[in-house]
Design a protein around this ligand. Structure first.
Ligand SMILES: [Zn+2]
Length: 455
């Protein structure tokens, strides 16, 4: 069966907007894109057509979220007012002490519900539990589930690698065409140089995508450049020797030869000119999470310079524990506004470039741009419908500008991944939203108690 999605506007990203447009989908692929009348005429030979008419709406490629932590969704609003270091410590303790495997699954699935309802069709997730991987598979969304590994003590590196391998090998049996596994040595302050080397070798051998939190905070910089600050202090308390390399995080990763696998560098807020040269030279990708960076006061990543130099930069929301919403339309707008404010340049990320950033450029940062990211014949059918009927969206002069400057995830009325309807404007069809909502609320009850100091 061929399905014809029609709307007042189709925004293919790879071509100018089409008024009274249509996208035909068959067997998970895009069969035709164009004005509705033309598409119908061209499709006559394919027999029966089912039409889904969205009316006053825009059909766009699915949004690509280059950095999430689905398993942390239950922490939305729970960690307000903590400094970055305390935030990480409290989050880790709550996750370890108060959440079992089922809780993590509920949390990640609720994150998938939120993403699907916001028109996000692809996510690059980072996690410790496998819950994000399972949530992606169950929800029908597309993604990469990077399995995190921690271990600042080089004596423990082999043991940490062993644990990671076991986790990856178990989950890998359930990989699908849509959901792949990756690995993530967490960050330079939580992973020893030896563990970095071992994980990178492992990823290279098994062709696993790699993501690394990097160049995010002043505390991380202090750790690397002077061996001072809370991360260094934590290592001292644990009796782990640390001699700072006195270089930036990206330079450190380059010196470890970790950039050879073209990792997805999450944040890169503090990237210098030299760092940008290194990451573009090696073909590393960047996940830009401007709201999370702003919330922690970490600053604004120099992404316009990175993009000008040809780096592949996707937009990420980061976890809702720091954002607090998984809404890529909101994130893209914020990215545009803060980069303009910071650089005093009102030409940065104009509307069409911003829509491309949320879709094709994100796909490119994840190595998926040959399959998704635009509405083009032959590509896999990841598409969304955004209503243009809300009072905050009227009137519409330029549909691309309306979508990127005024719409939010809450205006999404359809989410389709590889031809399968995941969200139909009323509910997410692949997960039991009501059951999840109840379980999430009871979990929040358990997470709400304060964490005991010390220990
Ligand atoms: Zn993160």
């Amino acid at each position: 069966m061929t399905i014809l999605y029609t709307a007042q506007w189709v925004l293919p990203v790879s071509a100018p907007p089409i008024q009274d447009g249509a996208v035909a989908v068959r067997d998970g692929r895009i069969l035709a894109v164009g004005p509705e009348a033309e598409a119908r005429a061209r499709l006559a030979r394919f027999g029966a057509l089912e039409t889904v008419a969205l009316g006053r709406a825009a059909i766009c490629p699915g949004l690509v979220n280059a950095h999430t932590h689905l398993e942390l969704t239950a922490f939305r609003g729970r960690l307000e007012g903590h400094s970055f270091f305390d935030w990480i410590r409290t989050l880790t303790r709550l996750r370890e002490e108060r959440m079992d495997a089922d809780d993590l699954d509920v949390s990640a699935q609720w994150g998938a519900v939120e993403a699907a309802r916001a028109g996000i069709t692809t996510l690059a997730d980072t996690e410790v539990s496998g819950a994000g991987f399972r949530a992606l598979c169950q929800s029908g969304l597309r993604g990469i589930a990077h399995q995190e590994v921690f271990g600042p003590d080089p004596m423990q590196a082999k043991k940490s690698l062993f644990g990671l391998k076991r986790r990856v090998e178990t989950l890998r049996r359930s990989e699908t065409e849509l959901v792949r596994l990756g690995v993530s040595p967490h960050a330079v302050y939580s992973v020893s140089a030896l563990l970095f080397r071992l994980v990178i070798e492992y990823a290279e051998r098994y062709d696993l995508p790699v993501a690394i939190h990097c160049a995010e905070s002043q505390a991380e910089d202090d750790f690397l450049r002077s061996g001072q600050g809370p991360f260094a202090e934590l290592l001292r308390q644990r009796g782990i020797a640390w001699s700072p390399p006195r270089v930036s995080a990206i330079r450190y990763l380059s010196d470890l030869n970790a950039l050879r696998v073209k990792p997805l560098l999450i944040h890169a807020v503090r990237a210098t000119e030299e760092d940008i040269g290194l990451l573009t030279f090696h073909g590393a990708r960047v996940a830009h999470c401007p709201k999370s960076n702003a919330k922690f006061g970490h600053g604004i990543a120099p992404v316009s310079q990175m993009r000008q130099r040809g780096a592949r930069v996707g937009l990420g929301t980061d976890s809702v524990a720091s954002n607090n919403v998984c809404d890529l339309l909101d994130e893209g707008r914020f990215a545009q506004l803060v980069s303009r404010a910071a650089r005093g340049d009102d030409r940065l990320a104009p509307a069409a470039a911003l829509l491309q950033w949320m879709t094709l450029d994100g796909a490119s940062a994840l190595g998926l741009d040959d399959r998704i990211g635009t509405l083009e014949v032959g590509k896999e059918a990841d598409l969304i419908g955004i209503s243009l009927a809300g009072p905050h969206l009227e009137p519409v002069y330029d549909p691309v500008a309306t979508v990127v400057t005024a719409a939010t995830g809450r205006d999404v009325i359809l989410t389709v991944v590889k031809g399968r309807v995941i969200y139909d404007g009323a509910r997410v069809l692949t997960l039991d939203e009501e059951r999840l909502r109840e379980r999430l609320r009871s979990l929040a009850g358990r997470l709400s108690f304060p964490v005991a100091e010390g220990a």
